[in-house]
Write a protein that binds this ligand. Structure first.
Ligand code: BGC
Length: 268
């Protein structure tokens, strides 16, 4: 059995009923944390994640909330505090794409992506930090007073035509994360980002589903394989644990080298 590095800690993972969020929730549970599985749609899928975590020996509950709605975030945090007393780890994962050529992009498509991907991270981080400050540092829980992991993307760095709303939201998350790390470092709150490249999840199914699509995707990935959700789960456990206690304000890319621009290998 793996070491329970997060034993006694409480984690909230937003958007945890599928994809990267699901893998992170399960990995944090395996590391011993009690996990709050937030979801917006897909109650059944969220319950399955909860059951998996419980079968693996940790506590878990599912809470429905739209992270872009202040009232729903308030009530989700109220429920967490009522159930578990506090929170140690926030994984700001909920996110979506609404792709369109820029000249065709509607205000609604722009706003939806900014609301969920960026405002959702603001609202959840604010409530988490309020709780971390209220509780204060308790060395028996963790060396840090609290840990926030923002799920960003390689597209906080790599521009992405046809996905301007998404890339803009991820670029903004970079400064949200770094500014929070600067503001709350003195309170022993650590804030970092994970920047996944192409990970095999429903969000990018078109990019890996067929053999042709997969081959074309490989021209962007020096390491020549797609990422699996578990790859990201392991990194999240590291960033949430005291093993990474001296890491704050950093974006960690997990992308098989996508961000080193393979297209320049024989060009430029
Ligand atoms: C996007 C995926 C995409 C990947 C690499 C992610 O942030 O959500 O759709 O495959 O970046 O481009």
């Amino acid at each position: 059995m793996s070491e329970k590095k997060l034993k006694g800690q409480i984690a909230l993972v937003t958007g945890a009923s599928s994809g990267i969020g699901k893998a992170i929730a399960i990995a944090l549970g395996e590391a011993g944390a009690a996990v709050v599985v937030n979801y917006y749609s897909g109650a059944e899928a969220a319950d399955e994640v909860v059951n998996t975590i419980r079968q693996n020996g940790s506590d878990a509950i599912a809470i429905k909330a739209d992270v872009s709605k202040e009232e729903e975030v308030f009530s989700m945090f109220g429920e967490i505090i009522q159930q578990y007393g506090t929170l140690d780890i926030l994984v700001n994962n909920a996110g979506l794409q609404q792709d369109a050529a820029f000249h065709d992009m509607t205000l609604q498509q722009w706003q939806k992506v900014i609301d969920v991907n960026l405002t959702g991270q603001f609202l959840c981080a604010r409530e988490a930090i309020r709780e971390f400050l209220r509780r204060g540092l308790q060395p028996e829980r963790s060396k840090a007073c609290g840990k926030i992991i923002c799920i960003s993307s390689v597209h906080e760095l790599i521009p992405w035509a046809g996905h301007v709303n998404y890339a803009a939201s991820k670029g903004a998350i970079k400064m949200l994360m770094q500014s929070l790390a600067q503001e709350y470092g003195p309170k022993q709150i650590r804030v970092n980002s994970i920047c996944p490249g192409a990970i095999r999840t429903p969000i990018n199914r078109e990019a890996w589903e067929t053999r042709e699509a997969y081959q074309s995707l490989m021209s962007l990935i020096p390491y020549n394989r797609i990422g699996e959700p578990d790859d990201v789960g392991k990194l999240a456990v590291f960033l949430a644990s005291d093993d990474s206690d001296y890491i704050t304000g950093t974006s960690i890319f997990i992308d098989g080298g996508m961000a080193v621009y393979e297209s320049f290998a024989d060009g430029g």
